[in-house]
Write a protein that binds this ligand. Sequence first.
Ligand code: ADP
Ligand code: ZN
Length: 207
Amino acid sequence: MNITKGNIGWIEVVCGPMFSGKSEELIRRLRRAEIARQRVQIFKPAIDQRYSDGHIVSHSDLKINSECVANADELEKKLDWRTEVIGIDEAQFLGEGVVDLVVRLADLGKRIIIAGLDTDYLGRPFHPMPELLAVADEIMKTLAICMQCGNPAKHTQRLVASEELVVVGAAGMYEARCRRCFEPNLAKLQQMKQSAAAAMGKGAEVK
Ligand code: ADP
Ligand code: ZN
């Protein structure tokens, strides 16, 4: 959707859990802008090289060219001043600086389309997404399908043991879960089990 007339800037945010179609929606909007011959630049965080360096790839295998950046400063340096539409995927990995940057770009008349996880593996707001939602002109919240019960899923369930905030991965490491099936402590419990098993293993060696 492009509801702006003339050069009025605009910030759109698409947020939700993993597998909810954020990248698909971002790619759809950016493709339309490209078809309309608007000048488009697309960025993703360097941290997310799951599938491909030079592309954003959705879990359903849609692809679009993109540039990798570590943070907002690098994104700004790579911007061509003629660009009219700026796409950003996985914005939760770009740091707080991205908020100020997108506001400045919108004030300059650019259309910015941002996709990102609104909550982390414990269900907590994933910064800077809350701040981006606050400065956005338009917001879409996408839902996945719960892999346990089939209800609409708003959570990203981590299936592997780790207390790190950022563990980049997809199928097998995470799954979509509804509010009822979401188990935020699952990753922690698994880690405890693993440490206990390791300790027992050591004990056996000592014997
Ligand atoms: P996101 O960017 O939100 O992680 P993607 O746009 O990359 O999502 O992928 C969405 C696609 O993922 C869906 O169209 C579907 O093909 C696939 N998919 C895999 N698991 C699920 C799930 N549990 N619920 C919905 N879609 C899923
Ligand atoms: Zn469920």
